[in-house]
Ligand binder design. Sequence first.
Ligand SMILES: NC(=O)c1ccc[n+]([C@@H]2O[C@H](COP(=O)([O-])OP(=O)(O)OC[C@H]3O[C@@H](n4cnc5c(N)ncnc54)[C@H](OP(=O)(O)O)[C@@H]3O)[C@@H](O)[C@H]2O)c1
Length: 329
Amino acid sequence: MRTRMLGSSGIEASVVALGTWAIGGGPWWGPTDDETSVRAVHAALDAGITLIDTAPVYGFGRSEEVVGRALRDRRSSAVVATKCGLWWDDESGTPFFTQLGRSVRRSLDPRTIRVEVEASLRRLGTDRIDVLQTHWQAVPPAATPIADTMACLLRLKEEGKIRAIGASNVSPAQMDAYRAGGALDVCQPRYSMLDRHIEADVLPYCHRHGVATLVYSPLEQGLLTGAFGMDRGVQAGEFRTAIPWYEPANRQRVLDMLAGWKDLTERHACSVGQLVIAWTLQQEGVTCALVGARKPEQAIENAAAGDLVLAASDLARMRRDVESLGHPE
Ligand SMILES: NC(=O)c1ccc[n+]([C@@H]2O[C@H](COP(=O)([O-])OP(=O)(O)OC[C@H]3O[C@@H](n4cnc5c(N)ncnc54)[C@H](OP(=O)(O)O)[C@@H]3O)[C@@H](O)[C@H]2O)c1
């Protein structure tokens, strides 16, 4: 497993990271078994993954709790990244979405951040968070200035509660505002070979300024493993219904493209998912691929992509193929 540094934090992390959104279960992901999830985290660590990403909102605390359980006697082998900024305890913040009767609100107010950090430390069973990332940026009417949010994060760092600061779903202008206050070590944007919009701005910005990128949903929630065939239904309420590539006509085009890479998977003795993760990791500005898994075998397969290096000609061919897919209908 290759490793890379997270900005200027001094923290080294595996290039393939484990995402634990699905481990939280809930309407977006459906039934989830905690014992299997714990085994998935252990399998990931055993396969060389060190970076584990979670968030309070994933299953309203469940993902952090499961990660905490899995790390009970393995804390020192993991770099734990979690988030703050999605709040459901009271009416603070700006309404974002409602789920299971809870109104989830965007709040990056220093008061709510502090409450969230204490709850995350408790659920994770640890005394420090390695990377704390703002999950979604504050918007009016509760638009806390980034300078105030950053001042709070820097104080948490001084207090030893967090080791590095990150921001998710941010623009370069917002990153400028964070960096005006102190070191921003991590940016967590959405990026896959089917969703390359950050190539225009966020990736070059991070590359230029030494901000590590943990790119999320690189498998488009499983579609890019080839395992999500035409016969698999997407249930109402599943998050996948929000991804137009899952519509039958679009999905077929993606599956045809993946099938066309058979010679590549044979030559590299790898799966389609591993090929896609390797391609993602070799794009300029990408530091780590944040790949979700809630089954041990998925974590093991995904981790192995951290050793796969593709030739420039393979990278270019795959890019030509995804570009010729165009946009989903
Ligand atoms: N900052 C943000 O706003 C944000 C947003 C989204 C995600 N994230 C983070 O990024 C992580 C990854 O994103 P993601 O979970 O949305 O998408 P992803 O990594 O593209 O896909 C993960 C899903 O793909 C399926 N999968 C994974 N490995 C597989 C394999 N080897 N074979 C077959 N299927 C496989 C699994 O689905 P099943 O579980 O259904 O089998 C898994 O849950 C999240 O867990 C989270 O930590 C952050």
